[in-house]
Design a protein around this ligand. Structure first.
Ligand SMILES: Cc1ncc(COP(=O)(O)O)c(C=O)c1O
Length: 459
């Protein structure tokens, strides 16, 4: 790091412990400090401009300068800047937002629980699944099946659902009772000769075998991201969810769709449940719910789950759980405005339109000498960096990191995923010319990476 004493970079290094960052490397290299945003662009402190090809952390759907969201926050701040929803209290933005979410849900839902992050929402999903089975007098039925390479957050319980080893190692996770099954990553885990459907059948069979091994009376829920995010921006293989849902129904196991990344048009449809024919009992949303301008997340429960919870809570006296900021009026007002903007600008049609070019340009990356698999849907996708296209041998995490840093140097922010892929997931408002610029820069960064791996003798 070339930072001078007392520079913002040096002050950052001296004071902040950064999430998902190597602290030792950070002490040497320092931060990239972002200071301004406009549309799909952000600028660092030195004035360098980047296309934010990840919408921050898969979330800033409306870009970095939406005045309507700012106005909605300010107006609500002036009217009622904060209030809680404990003890029968409520506020208008929370009511309007809950109603709106229920009206938009891809399958009938009964109630909305508000939290502040995807991790908190998934933590409460687990609590509700446990409470539901206690309500039904099934105290054994508590295990939750998640997937290797899945990502559901980072608090103790949600990190347990997450299936990425660095998020468990050293933290004494996962918690007991959280099981992991194989991921939906067909390119990486499909057996030679498998087509997508055969791979899906195998995955569904594996889940059934796991349920039988554990005892169906002990398994409560299955949770999945419709498109895996941090695990690599991986789309599901054909018929995957249909096959798994049939197994879950057979053993009375709840289906939970973690739409934290995919909710609100990331795949083109409002919910990826619609894209992939998923019929969940519980839906998790966050991120694009407020375009990430303020923290807010939600857990939608269907009537079957809610009514059991209501009756059991009644027997207990109250539903003994909740956050100070559940249904925070300013976050709710911003989320409500976000949903209105999606309708006003018909963001779904916009995504379907620009996705054509994005997917064409992504598909073309398959021709690059170090790309083994370039795939996506809507406005999310990724490439897997391989030494050998035939054997699919990959370079490992250092090169995925190097490649994403090369993207930053070329003026586009993308990110490494699961140590082998580089993902893109831009603001949904991105236009065709910006998509072209994003991919032009990504191609240059891939060329830089090819040169680097050759220079290192890795290829
Ligand atoms: C699918 C999914 N679920 C949950 C989370 C956790 O959300 P948060 O970081 O807001 O806790 C994330 C975060 O990236 C996510 O991608």
């Amino acid at each position: 790091m070339s930072a001078v004493i007392n520079s913002p970079h040096a002050r950052d290094v001296a004071s902040i412990l950064h999430p998902m960052t190597n602290p030792g490397k950070h002490e040497k290299d320092g931060p990239l400090i972002l200071d301004e945003g406009k549309g799909v662009y952000v600028k660092d402190l030195e004035g360098n401009e980047y296309i934010e090809g990840m919408a921050g952390l898969w979330c800033t759907s409306l870009g970095f300068s939406n005045e309507r969201l700012i106005d909605a926050a300010v107006a609500q701040m002036r009217k009622l800047p904060t209030y809680h929803t404990f003890f029968h209290r409520s506020n208008m933005p929370a009511i309007d937002l809950a109603e709106k979410l229920l009206s938009l849900a891809p399958v009938p839902m009964s109630k909305v629980w508000f939290a502040n992050s995807g991790s908190e929402a998934n933590d409460h999903m687990i609590k509700f699944v446990w409470f539901y089975n206690n309500a039904l007098d099934r105290p054994e039925k508590k295990k939750i099946i998640a997937r290797h390479e899945g990502y559901h957050g980072i608090a103790v319980s949600s990190a347990s659902l997450t299936g990425l080893p660095p998020m468990h190692k050293g933290f004494d996770l996962p918690l007991p009772g959280i099981l992991h099954t194989g991921s939906a990553h067909y390119y990486r885990h499909g057996l030679p000769g498998d087509n997508e459907e055969e791979f899906s059948t195998r995955r569904a069979d594996e889940i059934e075998a796991l349920i039988l091994e554990e005892g169906p009376e002990t398994v409560a829920a299955f949770v999945a991201e419709p498109v895996m995010g941090a695990g690599g921006a991986i789309t599901p293989p054909e018929t995957y969810f249909q096959k798994i849902q049939a197994v879950l129904k057979k053993y009375d196991i709840l289906m939970v769709a973690d739409e934290v990344i995919t909710g609100f048009f990331r795949t083109g449809e409002r919910f990826a449940c619609e894209t992939y024919g998923i019929e969940p009992d519980i839906i998790i949303n966050a991120k694009q719910l407020s375009s990430a301008y303020l923290p807010i997340s939600s857990v939608m429960l269907n009537e079957k789950v809610y009514s059991a919870i209501r009756d059991y809570a009644d027997r207990n006296g109250i539903l003994g759980t909740g956050f100070t900021y559940s249904g925070h009026p300013v976050s709710a007002a911003v989320a409500l405005e976000t949903l209105k903007i999606y309708d006003d600008i018909d963001i779904g049609n916009h995504v379907k339109h620009v996705s054509k070019l994005a997917m064409e340009r992504l598909d073309a990356l398959n021709e690059h000498p170090i790309v083994g698999d370039a795939k996506g849907v809507g406005l999310i996708g990724s490439v897997e960096l391989v030494k050998d296209k035939e054997t699919k041998e990959n370079f490992g995490p250092e090169i995925a990191m190097w490649a994403s840093e090369a993207c930053t140097r070329r003026g586009v922010i993308l990110r490494p995923c699961a140590g082998i892929r580089v993902a893109f997931c831009p603001p949904l408002i991105i236009e065709d010319n910006e998509i072209d610029a994003l991919f032009d820069r990504w191609e240059l960064a891939l060329d830089d990476t090819l040169e680097h791996v050759r220079a290192q003798g890795l290829m």
